[in-house]
Design a protein around this ligand. Structure first.
Ligand code: SF4
Length: 280
């Protein structure tokens, strides 16, 4: 795997459910075709050339060194660190990235900083070793379908859905906190055999579910019942979570009829952060 060096690592995130964040690779072999927002941004900024460039990840070789340098200055401000928003920390079959993610989580936990982690890969069992990793960490997987056909088409390089769920269930059974990012949830024309109820019941054991709509895809703008569809899905997720005592968050912009007040507060807060030059 190619290596790159960065000047900084930790940054304050603008994502509504995250605090600080790190991205210790450039690119992602999962190669999502929703499309991947991170890939679009990197392409727009000229960091990568194209999709083929994106799916050959480069590891940030000085990530641990940067973390050791930045933590003493920032640790009193940090509530949580999220891995990752513009790459995947447990990228399927990418041992170097997986090993580095484990080292970074261990280092953050050593300073009693909780990590929230999100992957479309498979969690290593060793994360349940509480002598190295904190019990406060929250481990999430992205699941928007159970269909292999859908996965092969839209998330070609990622781990099979059942393997992702199995690795998450292992951590749950060891007493660790687990969550699901159900985003971007596909519209019916992209996943015809889709059943929201089936996906939810496959991950019923988790502590939290985050649900969000599909953006940046031409098919969504063409889909006339887009707003009504996502309102109904969000209601379904909320009912399911309340019935099963699962915490939930519906991403801003997913429902047209709710969220306005909280969304306004969040956007105002983001505006203030932006004016203070905080990285999004
Ligand atoms: S897993 Fe995430 S970062 Fe990787 S290609 Fe898919 S959407 Fe992009």
């Amino acid at each position: 795997m190619k290596k790159i060096k960065r000047k900084t690592l930790l940054y304050k995130s603008g994502v509504e459910y995250a605090d600080y964040c790190i991205n210790h690779a450039e690119g992602c072999s999962h190669g999502c075709r929703f499309p991947c927002y991170a890939m679009m941004m990197k392409k727009r900024c000229g960091v990568i050339k194209d999709y083929n460039d994106w799916i050959k990840p480069k590891i940030v070789s000085n990530a641990l060194e940067l973390l050791n340098k930045e933590l003493p200055k920032l640790k009193d401000k940090i509530k949580t660190v999220h891995l990752c928003f513009t790459t995947d920390p447990f990228m399927y079959k990418q041992k170097e990235i997986i090993d580095l993610s484990l080292k970074l989580i261990e280092r953050l936990n050593k300073d009693e900083i909780k990590c929230t982690v999100l992957t479309k890969g498979i969690y290593p069992k060793k994360l349940s070793d509480l002598s190295k990793y904190s019990k406060a960490n929250e481990y999430g997987i992205t699941i928007v379908s159970l269909s292999k056909r859908f996965k092969d088409m839209f998330e070609p390089g990622s781990a099979p859905y059942q393997s992702r769920i199995k690795s998450l269930k292992y951590l749950h059974d060891k007493g660790l906190k687990t969550w699901i990012s159900m985003e971007p949830y596909p519209i019916p024309s992209l996943s015809r055999d889709q059943s929201l109820a089936e996906v939810l019941s496959a991950v019923k054991f988790v502590d939290k579910i985050i649900f969000g709509k599909l953006n940046y895809n031409i098919k969504v703008t063409e889909f006339q019942n887009n707003k009504e569809f996502y309102d109904n899905c969000a209601d379904f997720v909320i009912n399911f979570c309340e019935k099963n005592k699962i915490e939930y968050h519906i991403k801003f912009g997913t429902r047209k009829k709710y969220n306005k007040k909280t969304e306004k507060v969040f956007l105002e807060d983001l505006r203030i952060k932006n004016s203070a030059n905080v990285l999004i």
